[in-house]
Design a protein around this ligand. Structure first.
Ligand SMILES: [Zn+2]
Length: 297
């Protein structure tokens, strides 16, 4: 699943390719994908795509309210995202894709432009979690309204992270990938961040010293910025391979750790699994697989 860096690159790629194009029609191939019914998808017909944006792992395609109305654009000095103000005062439609799934797979939604170009939203795999919302305000999407702070926003400081972690008696791995706590980090980048921070994924969030918090903050921002830089300029179809190539421990169980050479291990976590390096992160001791030990009792 694409996380913050890939969605950031996807938003930039789509901004380049789709902004200024007029939507001729939009069709759902998989009805469960569209989570809103008012306005209907036909409301998009004839509208111009004016901008794209990212909210956590959500991708936002913004259309102009009034064809020919001329929206005012302003660049967000912090995030580099293009936002739109509608001088007409009416609602601006946002076609929001949660989360985008670049690559091949069964077709979910198809958008065709008046000039013959277009794009498909597809979802590979058996877990169907792709969701599309057509809304006047992105905050009408429950997942966006509930997002925690964005780690690439300049307002996300070590102090912000300290506040987030204070008193939280839960494992740091779960905290990092909870969208309601911090936006945009999923299973892959939480593994990468913890490996780079040389921290056990099972460490309790509340147990971090202020020095630990400052280091973790620097690693979160650095890891995401590096991945954003690697993905920048890539087309949607190349993002998955680039993400995979940049990962040091995630999805690499059984392979040598690129830092110390120890074997990367895997342990079950929540509804999936996490990967880590025992030498770098847990003092050389493998983490107990709770699911396994429960089964064996
Ligand atoms: Zn290692």
């Amino acid at each position: 699943m694409p996380e913050l860096p890939e969605v950031e690159a996807l938003a930039a790629d789509l901004r380049e390719r789709a902004a200024g194009r007029v939507i001729e029609r939009a069709d759902v191939a998989e009805f469960a994908v569209l989570k809103t019914y008012d306005p209907a998808l036909t409301a998009l017909h004839g509208r111009t795509i004016t901008a794209t944006a990212r909210y956590g792992k959500f991708l936002d395609l913004v259309t102009e309210r009034d064809p020919g109305g001329g929206p005012v654009r302003e660049r967000d000095p912090g995030g580099g995202l293009v936002r739109e103000r509608d001088p007409g005062g009416g609602p601006v439609l946002h076609l929001i894709d949660e989360p985008p799934r670049p690559g091949k797979g069964p077709l979910a939604l198809r958008v065709r432009f008046a000039d013959g170009a277009g794009f498909d939203l597809t979802e590979a795999g058996t877990r169907k979690r792709l969701a599309v919302y057509l809304v006047a305000d992105p905050m009408a999407v429950p997942g966006i309204a509930a997002l925690g702070p964005d780690p690439l926003d300049p307002s996300f400081t070590a102090g912000t992270l300290a506040q987030i972690l204070a008193g939280r008696r839960t494992q740091i791995k779960g905290v990092l990938r909870d969208q309601k706590i911090i936006a945009g980090i999923g299973n892959a980048y939480s593994d990468e961040v913890l490996h780079a921070a040389r921290m056990s994924p099972f460490r309790l969030a509340a147990s971090l010293s202020s020095k630990d918090v400052a280091e973790l903050h620097a690693v979160i921002v650095g890891t995401l910025q590096e991945a954003v830089a690697r993905s920048a300029g890539l087309a949607a179809g190349d993002l998955k391979a680039e993400k995979k190539a940049g990962l040091r421990v995630h999805g690499r169980a059984g392979q040598p750790c690129p830092v110390c050479g120890d074997t990367v291990r895997e342990v079950s976590f929540a509804d999936s699994a996490l990967q880590y390096c025992p030498t770098c992160q847990t003092g050389g001791k493998p983490l107990a697989d709770r699911r396994m030990s429960r089964l064996l009792k």
